[in-house]
Design a binder for this molecule. Structure first.
Ligand code: ADP
Ligand code: MG
Length: 393
């Protein structure tokens, strides 16, 4: 069956126990922030388009306590880190904090440097149930949990948009990953039972209530083939989109319509560029249509849109992989599956499948029989965003 995701309380208790064991006293502050899955809207974020993620029940928890010094000591008790699990650094001069080893602590350091108020030194333990490097954004969960922890120990609560942008900047500047804004937005703003439509241009959001999911579920399948979107493949696609917008005299593909493709053809744009543009323009339309389908409880339509999204990512954007195609095709071959697509940047990572509850075991066993790699499964129940937790066991 799908992997049993420990409930937030269970992870919190593990973090509180680990803190007590490591530092010899009880933690005074505890927070969590979720990973996410994108239902639809892929490679649209950097083109100022739409994305439609939901927050997951898997979370990163931080338990800690100010220590009355200028030193931060942070332990990651997660399988994310194997050899070095302890990070220690001086925060008396935030501007002097630089990225370094261990690498995982760079996400934490970046958030500390971007935090607007002065901070006390603290001890903390990080534990996560978000699978690392699977495309479910354990990185944003770590950043947003860190920022939420800093809010908790200072009592200074940021505006959610500023908070998300500050966490994104931490990933850009301290981890060297030029990510979009989706992951941090949904980890900050997720609401229980809702997906989120995010307009990456003006950063406005619409919470989409999913109470009428009825007997439908979203199943995440991790291909466990790392999502190695080589930076050059990513850059090539970004550049093709930016170049096409420029050829049309527009700021971004958000201002381009399907009609403009004829102009691009006349201007001599390559077939590859036209295909990239076609994907982005149609994906934006699909994402908005998906919001309407979700609001109406029209899961058949949502499934069709998810299928079209995958096919376009495979054929026009060329970011699928044989592993992802196998997972998607196998899922689609089972009665009761309404749609299946790769989710995240592609070339590995996870798929998301919309299905009728009654066929979930069949889908999982068929994938286990067909897929030559080792797949793992998670239920994507739409969950709450980052929040403070009490320190009770
Ligand atoms: P994804 O965000 O899809 O999981 P990334 O490569 O963006 O993949 O981020 C994974 C990295 O984030 C890890 O290699 C590690 O450095 C860091 N990370 C995430 N969660 C934790 C954690 N709980 N403890 C330590 N590091 C973590
Ligand atoms: Mg990430």
């Amino acid at each position: 069956m799908a992997e049993n995701i420990s409930d937030v309380k269970e992870v919190k208790i593990k973090a509180l126990d680990a803190f007590l064991k490591e530092f010899g006293e009880e933690a005074t502050h505890c927070v969590c922030a979720p990973g996410r899955v994108n239902v639809i809207g892929e490679h649209t974020d950097y083109n100022e388009g739409f994305v439609l993620p939901m927050a997951l029940p898997m979370v990163t928890v931080i338990a800690g306590k100010p220590n009355g010094t200028n030193i931060c000591t942070i332990i990651s008790a997660s399988s994310a880190v194997t050899s070095v699990s302890k990070a220690e650094f001086d925060i008396s001069e935030p501007a002097a904090i630089k990225p370094g080893e261990p690498k995982w602590a760079n996400y934490v350091k970046g958030c500390i440097v971007n935090f607007t108020n002065s901070l006390p030194g603290f001890n903390a333990v990080v534990i996560s149930t978000v699978p690392v490097g699977a495309g479910l954004s354990s990185s944003a969960a770590l950043e947003v949990a860190t920022y939420t922890f800093l809010e908790a120990i200072t009592g200074q609560v940021a505006n959610p948009v500023e908070k998300a942008i500050s966490c994104q900047k931490a990933e850009h500047d301290f981890a060297g990953v030029p990510c979009g804004i989706m992951d941090q937005f949904i980890s900050v703003m997720g609401q229980d039972g809702h997906a989120l439509l995010l307009d990456c241009r003006d950063k406005s959001v619409i919470q989409i209530h999913m109470e009428n999911l009825k007997d439908h579920l979203f199943l995440i399948t991790n291909s466990n083939s790392p999502h190695k979107l080589s930076s050059s493949a990513y850059r090539d696609r970004r550049d093709a989109c930016f170049e096409a917008a420029k050829m049309l005299g527009k700021n971004s593909l958000r201002d381009v319509s399907l009609e403009d493709i004829k102009t691009l053809e006349k201007q001599g744009a390559s077939k590859v560029t036209i295909n990239r543009v076609r994907h982005v323009l149609n994906e934006n339309l699909r994402t908005q249509a998906a919001m309407k389908a979700l609001q109406a409880g029209d899961y058949k339509r949502l499934g069709e849109l998810m299928n079209e999204s995958h096919d376009s990512l495979r054929d026009n954007y060329e970011v699928s992989s044989p592993e992802l195609d196998t997972l998607v095709n196998t899922a689609r071959s089972v009665d009761g599956v309404l749609g299946s697509r790769l989710t995240g940047a592609g070339f590995g990572g996870c798929t998301i499948t919309l299905l009728k509850e009654e066929c979930i075991s069949k889908v999982i066993s068929k994938i286990k029989d067909t897929y030559t790699g080792k797949a793992t499964f998670y239920m994507a129940k739409p969950s709450a965003g980052a929040r403070r937790l009490d320190c009770h066991r």
